[in-house]
Design a protein around this ligand. Structure first.
Ligand SMILES: [Zn+2]
Length: 418
């Protein structure tokens, strides 16, 4: 495939170059060449009116929860979970999770996201939906034992079975992770066994971390230490580790994070909606971006997340320098890829990297006049991209989902009431 005469290519390479009027030649899912007057006989796409950006990376979500959009909008995290979300989730089966994930995939693709890092139940169905959609996905079966030691072993066993099922798909786009829910719901034993499971398969750990003050206070009360200190002592930070939310940290915890470099996923919309607080992203070296689920957001549009993410940092620190426009765009692209350990293959538009590309109409009303493309993308654009390519194949073409019938899917889920 040849993307001919791309008006702008936002490369996100080391120099953050924005190329004008270049071609991108794609072969076998990879970017073979970038330059002018490249030739190709078969599929040629005219991109003279397109801005090309790397596929966005959503580092924390629960895709199947698209079935729960709008069910609970005015409660804090504990009430929201206990009173509304967990009762409804208990009614979800594998097939419903498949449809919910597919719905989320459509939403992510149509707003330029090509990769998501998911934590949920019925992971085999989530993986199949991701596979069908054409997206890339990391998926882990969420684990909690609520400190009941008799359950721990079985939970780890079940998680290992799901890991094997996902590995058995032998699909390079779909990969397993190990996902203990949080220190609020997992015993030390479950946490250490999760660490060992991740080590055994060389997978990364993905869990909620210091999302609310209550979580920190409960941890101090019952374990005598703060969540990140506990995880550090239990050896979880030695693995590749992704902590979602990361709002309430002490100075000591921030120092540990900046030394050992686990990634924190900044979820500005979800954290604001549930009044959980604001992640100290300014003070952290390694941050990527996530939406959390639509139940706490209420969409999966990373363009909204970028804008809100910058603004929240500036409000938190009362300082316009708290976060730059470029840093938030990095967190949704190359830093997201780095968080997932995929920075050699994804996150920027460079020769040799995988062809995960998003095409945007340059004449879009939100992108003109064009003094600064990154500024327009972060602060003005609504996310309505025109085409999405994952692994060299179209997953969205002319604003339509390619791999499944979205209209039919919406009909299937519109009557879902839990
Ligand atoms: Zn979450």
């Amino acid at each position: 495939m040849l993307l001919r005469n791309c008006r702008f290519i936002v490369t996100q390479n080391e120099k953050r170059e924005i190329l004008e009027n270049n071609d991108i030649l794609i072969e076998n899912g990879k970017i073979l060449e970038i330059g002018t007057n490249l030739s190709k006989k078969d599929e040629i796409i005219d991109c003279s009116n397109k801005i090309i950006i790397p596929g966005l990376v959503n580092c924390h979500t629960h895709a199947a929860m698209n079935l729960l959009r709008g069910v609970s909008d005015d409660k804090n995290l504990q009430e929201w979970l206990n009173e509304d979300i967990w009762p409804m989730e208990s009614k979800l089966n594998g097939e419903l999770c498949y449809h919910g994930t597919l719905l989320a995939a459509a939403e992510m693709l149509l707003t330029g996201t090509t990769y998501f890092n998911d934590m949920y139940f019925h992971t085999e169905y989530v993986a199949r939906a991701a596979e069908k959609s054409g997206m890339r996905c990391f998926i882990g079966k969420v684990m909690f034992d609520f400190f009941d030691g008799e359950k721990t072993g079985k939970i780890i066993e079940d998680s290992e079975k799901e890991i094997k099922k996902i590995l058995d798909l032998k699909n390079e786009r779909i990969k397993p992770t190990v996902t203990p829910h949080s220190v609020e719901t997992c015993s030390d034993e479950l946490l250490t066994q999760s660490r060992d499971l991740a080590n055994k398969y060389n997978l990364f750990l993905h869990m909620h971390l210091s999302e609310t003050e209550k979580e920190v206070n409960d941890c101090l009360k019952t374990r005598g230490k703060r969540p990140l200190i506990l995880l550090n002592e239990l050896g979880l930070l030695k693995n590749k580790f992704i902590g979602a939310h990361g709002i309430h940290f002490s100075e000591e915890e921030i120092n540990i994070l900046n030394k050992s470099k686990p990634f924190i996923v900044y979820n500005p919309c979800s954290n604001a909606k549930l009044a959980s607080g604001i992640c100290p992203a300014r003070e952290l070296n390694s941050i990527c971006l996530g939406t959390d689920s639509v139940a706490s957001n209420n969409n999966l549009n990373l363009f909204e997340e970028m804008k809100f993410g910058v603004f929240l940092q500036r409000v938190k620190y009362n300082d316009v320098g708290a976060m730059s426009t470029q840093r938030i765009f990095d967190s949704a692209t190359m830093e997201g890829a780095r968080a997932l350990g995929m920075e050699k293959e994804l996150g920027s538009i460079e020769i040799g990297k995988k062809a995960d590309l998003v095409l945007i109409d340059k004449n879009n009303i939100f992108l003109n006049p064009n003094y600064n493309i990154i500024s327009n993308l972060v602060y003005s654009f609504n996310g309505a991209v025109s085409d999405v390519i994952v692994n060299g194949k179209f997953a969205v073409r002319n604003k339509e989902i390619v791999n499944f019938d979205l209209g039919e899917l919406i009909k299937k889920v519109e009557d879902f009431r839990g």
